[in-house]
Design a protein around this ligand. Structure first.
Ligand SMILES: Nc1nc2c(ncn2[C@@H]2O[C@H](COP(=O)(O)OP(=O)(O)OP(=O)(O)O)[C@@H](O)[C@H]2O)c(=O)[nH]1
Ligand SMILES: [K+]
Ligand SMILES: [Mg+2]
Length: 443
């Protein structure tokens, strides 16, 4: 796709400076010229060569590795060049300045390398989103989900569905061309419609995994709730391993919703501490309690805390349908009198007793909710909306027995287009800006 006027882009592709090594990446038709001018002759494709790196006037900037990736077998599909230099600010700055002095070479914008890869058919949109997720992944499960998506497994499923739809539609059209009545004799069309119905069910099944994908990608929201002084903030601090929240012996200490990020068994968990719930006329505390309830409504899991000593469990009104783990706190104070067969988890934030069990219980809940055989599952609403529409179109086609075959074929075409929008095969121009802006410069 590269035209003669296509600009060559350059960026620092490795992390913050100073660093041991800095990788500067170029993509575009000037890559070879710039390599020859700054580092001598072109090294053999994809082989590292140690070279002095000079600016246009021959001034030595650094010594480092040079790699040349001729298009189309490169990340972007264009000629690409990499300099691996010493990761000092002045070194990197001087190399960027020297390269951008060449005609048609300029600094890259965020995501521009990936955008070129997409435009040259090296990545589809699903893989591109997966790549953005891979760069952002902080936990093991996020990494695995993102890798599944960036390496094309999810795309392959979408692609297969689209081909199935296009194939079915082609069969119908062929039959239409050959029949005067527009009525396909039994067997062929019967087979098509039963195949299409099972395809719609497959799509719906994958859609059913969206929540699992979202939990892995976006994290699992756990809210600590309970009466004042139950030990909520102490638990947040103990699980976070630092003093996130203020803890005092005064009931009603926490007012705002507090938050920390945990990694439990490779899953990202957002843990929230909330105000103690009780009857009160104190306006600030009331607002805190209102926020506590609002947070509970967003929760994937609520930890309902109560102090073992406080006889009656307070009237915590957990919103319907949200899973709850009952937790009894401060058991270090009552080692002698603990119930033997309580269904609640028994913990002490002070001694650490029971915290591992609590982590395991949260992990069990998480696994239960992300229990899918494969990680090739959608994790973005964008996919879900299109897949949902595609299934609808297919069902319309399958069920519209009284409509003409042309109309039913048209619904299959719409379904195929809708799936094409997920991978970027069909009009996606509007989406591109948004998707590529998620990247950092240099990717
Ligand atoms: N012995 C003991 N004391 C604890 C434990 N956890 C909390 N406490 C004490 O219980 C009191 C209340 O703890 P917090 O963590 O502030 O309780 P909270 O539920 O956040 O209270 P509010 O924010 O006021 O609703 C403090 O004095 C803590 O030191 C524990 O495991 N063992
Ligand atoms: K307190
Ligand atoms: Mg508190």
């Amino acid at each position: 796709m590269s035209s003669p006027e296509r600009e060559t882009i350059i960026a620092l592709s490795s992390g913050a400076l100073p660093s041991g090594v800095a990788v500067i990446r170029l993509s575009g038709p000037q890559s070879a010229v710039i390599c020859e001018a700054m580092a001598g002759t072109l090294p053999p494709p994809r082989m590292a060569a140690l070279r002095p790196i000079r600016d246009r006037n021959g001034l030595l900037l650094d010594r480092g590795l040079v790699l040349f990736f001729p298009g189309p077998n490169s990340f972007t599909g264009e000629d690409c060049l990499e300099f691996h230099l010493h990761g000092g600010r002045a070194v990197v700055e001087s190399a960027l300045n020297a390269a951008t002095e060449f005609e048609n070479c300029r600094l890259a914008e965020a995501g521009e390398f990936s955008r070129r890869a997409f435009e040259n058919g090296k990545l589809d949109l699903v893989e591109t989103e997966g790549l953005a997720d891979l760069l952002a992944a902080e936990t093991e499960m996020q990494r695995r989900l993102a890798l599944e998506q960036s390496s094309g497994h999810l795309s392959a499923i979408y692609q297969k569905w689209r081909e199935q739809l296009l194939g079915a539609r082609a069969l119908i059209e062929a039959e239409l061309d050959f029949s005067d009545e527009g009525d396909i004799p039994g067997s062929v069309s019967d087979r098509i419609w039963s195949e299409m119905a099972s395809l719609a069910r497959d799509i719906e099944q994958v859609l059913g995994n969206l929540k699992a994908g979202e939990i892995i990608r976006d994290g699992f929201t756990v809210v600590i709730a309970g009466p004042p002084n139950a030990g909520k903030s102490s638990l947040l601090n103990a699980l976070a391993n630092r003093e996130v929240a203020i803890v005092t012996e005064y009931a009603g200490t926490t007012r705002d919703v507090l938050h920390c990020e945990l990694d439990i068994g490779g899953y990202a968990v957002h843990l929230y501490d909330t105000a103690g719930v009780r009857e009160t006329s104190e306006p600030v505390e009331r607002e805190g309690i209102r926020r506590a309830y609002r947070k509970m409504e967003e929760a994937d899991l609520v930890l309902s805390l109560s102090d073992y000593a406080s006889s009656a469990k307070q009237e915590l009104d957990i919103p319907n349908g949200i899973p709850v783990i009952d937790v009894v706190t401060k058991i270090d104070l009552y080692t002698d009198s603990l119930p033997q067969q309580s269904t609640a988890m028994l913990i002490s934030s002070q001694s650490g007793q029971g915290l591992d069990n609590l982590r395991s219980a949260i992990l069990a809940e998480l696994k239960d909710r992300t229990n899918t055989v494969s990680l090739a599952i959608p994790s973005r609403l964008r996919h879900a909306q299109h897949l949902h529409d595609a299934a609808e179109h297919i069902w319309r086609a399958v069920r519209a027995e009284t409509d003409g075959l042309e109309i039913r074929a048209e619904f299959l075409r719409r379904a195929a287009d809708t799936i094409g929008r997920v991978t970027g095969k069909v009009d996606v121009e509007m989406l591109l800006g948004k998707i590529f802006s998620e990247f950092c410069v240099g990717k």
